[in-house]
Design a protein around this ligand. Structure first.
Ligand code: PMP
Length: 424
C-alpha cells in the first residue's frame, strides 16, 4: 500500500488527493463493501457513485457485452442511446423531455450553464455559498466549498452571485421563518442584477455542504422569483438524484418544483463515466439553433448499455425503497447517538444522503475538524470507510451504495458509537 502511494505521488498530480494518511490498497469491491490487498473488508459509507453496489453483475455483463459488439461516437445511429434517453425521460415529470449526453457531472453542469446563457442571452448566475458543481472552468466559478478552496467566496467573477446556504443548523437564519428569509436573500440578489439573471443553479439537498436539507418552501419561492425575472432554474442532481433521498427519484421532487434543466452524472454510470442534461424541447431547440453540440463518447453504446442496466437494477432491486427504509433506520439510530455524544451537533439529510456534523461546542458550533479526520482514520481501522465534508470538513458523509443492508447500517453506527465512546 505504501509503495503504491510513493509511485502515485511520483506520477499523479498531488492535487488529485486520496482518502486517509495511509490509504489501504483497494483492488476489489462487492456490493457495499471494499476489499484491500491484505484481505481486510470495509463497509463503504461514502460511495454514492456505486449506487447499485460495486461490481454489480448485471452492470458488468451489460458493459462487457456491448464492448464486444460496438462502441463508437454518438454521431452514429444505434438503439442504445435512444432507449437510454427514453428511460431517463420516463422518470422525469413533464415537460422535461429532451436529453443531452456527456461524460461527467462537471460536463453536465457546464453544458447546463451554456444552455441557460444561450437561451436567455444573459450570464449572471445565482448559486449557493458552499455549493459544489464541478472542476471545469465555468463550474469551478460557481463552486464555493471552503474545504476545496478557502478563498473561493471572495474571488468569484462578477457574473456569479452567491446566495446564503439555507442551512438551518449553522446558517444565518435558523428560525421558523428561515425558508422565507433565505428566499428574501435570493429575491434581493435577483433585483440587483441589471437585465435579470440567466439562472439559479443549486442542489435540492446540499451534498458537499454535508447533506444539508434545503428547508421546505425555499425552492418554490426562489424558482418563482428567478422565473419572474426571466431566468431559468437548474437542479443539480449529480449527488442526490436517482432515488438516494428515498421518498423521491429526483431531489427536486422533495420540494414540489419542476426545474427547467436537470443535471445528472455519478450514480448514472455506477462508476462508468456518464453524465446527462435534461431540459424541455423548446429550450434544447433554442440552444441547438446557436450551433452544434457534440461529445465524442457522451451517450456511447457502452455508456448507454451501462446506464440502462443501472436503471434496471435500481428498479428490480427496489433500491429507492431500500434508501427510504435504511435511511429512516439510520436517522433514528444516529439521532440516538447524538443524544449520547455531545460531539455530534446535528444529523443532516435524509434517505441515504445524510451527514453527521461534529462540533466542539453546541453553542458556538465550533467545527470539530481535526476530530472528524481522526475519527475517519480510526473507523477505517475498524472496517468502515468514512470521510468528512462540508466547509470545515467536519461532517461525516453517510452516502453508501443504495444496496446497503440494515445489518451493515447497524455496523456503521455501532463502530461510530465505539469510536466516540472509547476515543480516537
Ligand atoms: N455537481 C455536484 C453536485 C457534484 O457533487 C459533483 C462532484 N462531486 C459535480 C457536479 C461534478 O461531477 P464530476 O466529478 O463527475 O465532474
Amino acid at each position: 500500500a505504501e509503495e503504491l502511494i510513493a509511485r502515485r505521488d511520483a506520477v499523479v498530480a498531488r492535487v488529485q488527493e486520496h482518502y486517509f494518511a495511509h490509504p489501504p490498497r483497494i483492488e476489489r469491491g462487492w456490493r457495499h463493501h471494499l476489499l484491500d490487498t491484505s484481505g481486510m473488508a470495509y463497509l463503504d459509507m461514502v460511495n454514492n457513485v456505486a449506487v447499485v453496489g460495486h461490481s454489480h453483475p448485471r452492470v458488468t455483463a451489460a458493459a462487457s457485452r456491448q464492448l464486444g459488439l460496438l462502441n463508437t461516437n454518438s454521431r452514429f445511429s444505434y438503439d442504445g442511446m435512444v432507449t437510454y434517453a427514453e428511460r431517463i425521460v420516463e422518470l422525469l415529470p413533464e415537460p422535461l423531455d429532451t436529453v443531452f449526453f456527456v461524460n461527467s457531472g462537471s460536463e453536465a453542469v457546464d453544458l447546463a450553464l451554456r444552455i441557460v446563457r444561450s437561451v436567455t442571452g444573459r450570464k449572471d448566475t445565482i448559486c449557493l455559498a458552499g455549493g459544489y458543481h464541478g472542476w471545469s472552468t465555468a463550474t469551478d466559478e460557481i463552486s464555493t466549498t471552503l474545504n476545496d478552496n478557502p478563498h473561493s467566496r471572495g474571488t468569484r467573477p462578477p457574473w456569479v452571485h452567491l446566495a446564503p446556504m439555507p442551512n438551518l443548523f449553522r446558517g444565518e437564519h435558523r428560525g421558523a421563518d428561515a425558508a422565507d428569509r433565505y428566499a428574501d436573500a435570493v429575491r434581493s440578489i435577483v433585483a440587483q442584477i441589471p437585465g435579470g439573471p440567466a439562472a439559479f443553479v443549486a442542489e435540492p439537498l446540499s451534498g458537499n455542504a454535508g447533506g444539508v436539507e434545503i428547508p421546505p418552501g425555499y425552492l418554490p419561492q426562489v424558482y418563482e422569483s428567478v422565473r419572474a425575472a426571466g431566468g431559468l432554474v437548474v437542479s443539480d442532481e449529480v449527488q442526490v438524484g436517482y432515488g438516494r433521498t428515498g421518498g423521491d427519484f429526483w431531489g427536486f421532487q422533495m420540494h414540489g418544483v419542476v426545474p427547467d434543466v436537470v443535471t445528472m452524472a455519478k450514480a448514472a454510470g455506477n462508476g462508468h463515466p456518464i453524465g446527462f442534461v435534461v431540459t424541455r424541447r423548446e429550450i434544447a431547440e433554442q440552444f441547438s439553433s446557436q450551433g452544434s453540440f457534440f461529445s465524442s463518447v457522451g451517450g456511447s453504446p457502452v455508456s448507454s448499455a451501462v446506464g440502462v442496466a443501472v436503471l434496471d437494477v435500481l428498479r428490480d432491486e427496489g433500491l429507492q425503497e431500500n434508501a427510504a427504509r435504511i435511511g429512516a433506520h439510520l436517522s433514528t439510530r444516529l439521532e440516538a447517538l447524538r443524544e449520547r455524544h455531545s460531539l455530534i451537533g446535528c444529523i443532516h439529510g435524509r434517505g441515504l444522503y445524510q451527514g453527521v456534523e461534529l462540533v466542539r461546542d453546541p453553542e458556538t458550533l465550533e467545527p470539530a475538524t481535526e476530530e472528524a479526520t481522526a475519527i475517519c482514520e480510526r473507523l477505517r481501522e475498524l472496517g468502515v470507510i468514512e470521510h468528512a465534508t462540508g466547509d470545515y470538513s467536519n461532517v461525516l458523509k453517510v452516502k453508501p451504495p443504495l444496496c446497503i443492508t440494515r445489518d451493515s447500517a447497524d455496523f456503521f453506527v455501532d463502530r461510530l458509537d465505539e469510536v466516540l465512546s472509547a476515543g480516537w
